[in-house]
Design a protein around this ligand. Sequence first.
Ligand SMILES: [Zn+2]
Length: 374
Amino acid sequence: LDFSTEYPTDRGHFEDIISSDMKYSIMSYGPCRPIINFPYSPDGSGVLRKFSASYYNMTTKSGLQIPRLWLCYSILLNRVYCETCWLFANRNQKGFKNNWIVGINDWHHMNDKINDHEKSQTHIYASSVRLHCILESYDLNVKNCRGQGYDGASVMSGSNSGVQKRIMSVAPNAPFVHCCAHNLNLVISDAAKSTQVANHFFATVQAIFNFFSSSAPRWATLAFSEDFACKIRKKVLKKICPTRWEARHESVSALKQRYIDVLKSLINISLISKKSDERSEAQSLQKKMESFQFVLMLSVWENILRPLHGVSKMLQRDMNLQNARDRLKDVYYLINELRNNYEDIVNNAKSLCLRWRLPVTYTEPRQIYAKKTF
Ligand SMILES: [Zn+2]
């Protein structure tokens, strides 16, 4: 590899067919996935279009973001290509096409092209060869494999032609299970969507961070700690929230800790901001936050998300089955225990309300009665 260049594994440096040593070097260096200002180029009808880094990830039906590690971008060629197919595709396979090996620049139809490629036999075959190669490089025999875990991408988990099926044909004792950390995320996400109160609560939390990140960046520093305000300014929260549920613990806990400061900031903005829409948005958020129900939800969800956040982080590090099972059991126990500690959670919320002199009462939704006519 030529380390004098910034992206030594850029496809543009190489021929179509390369030696196995070079393949290992490219794999161990890592794929060429630059995040730059991608250049515009005219499409078939002369419209200027460009590549976007958002294609590096796929979003599953449940909203999870999964990196498409095969998808690379060559700065030298201004084309995207499939590193896996380039290195491992069987050029003699029936129906083989080399378009993803030489690279593609049809930016207008990128989504379709990517989806078609991911499902193609050429790509699935190349992915399983790559997996074999990686196992070999660690001196592992695929025949000894006793289980496979992947994210939800169908290339890997597809039951008829996915990589897991190909591995199973060599190692029949290696059944496929959906990745545990991803599954936990789905469970939390579904649980949080189960009631309307929770839905409203998280929508408000999101609205507060969006407000501070987009229209009132300097107030973020007043309401949150320097670190956290910096995150808000970088809109990290905005990006991670829809997909990684356990990461919401960070936003819920920050909001609970800085509850009074956030309210003070909102009031300040609504009093002295020169933009009328900013003033009214601050007022509406203040109103939503100033309810016992909101504070109680803050307290409840902080307690639920805290252990989940911890275990989810652990599941993504080195972990064995026994450990994963034990940690998940701990969380299950802790969350169950919350029922017995409900009094504490309510008292915690009450004391926060008292600090802001909020009345500690539920506001029941107004009943609407139909007029009776006789
Ligand atoms: Zn491919």
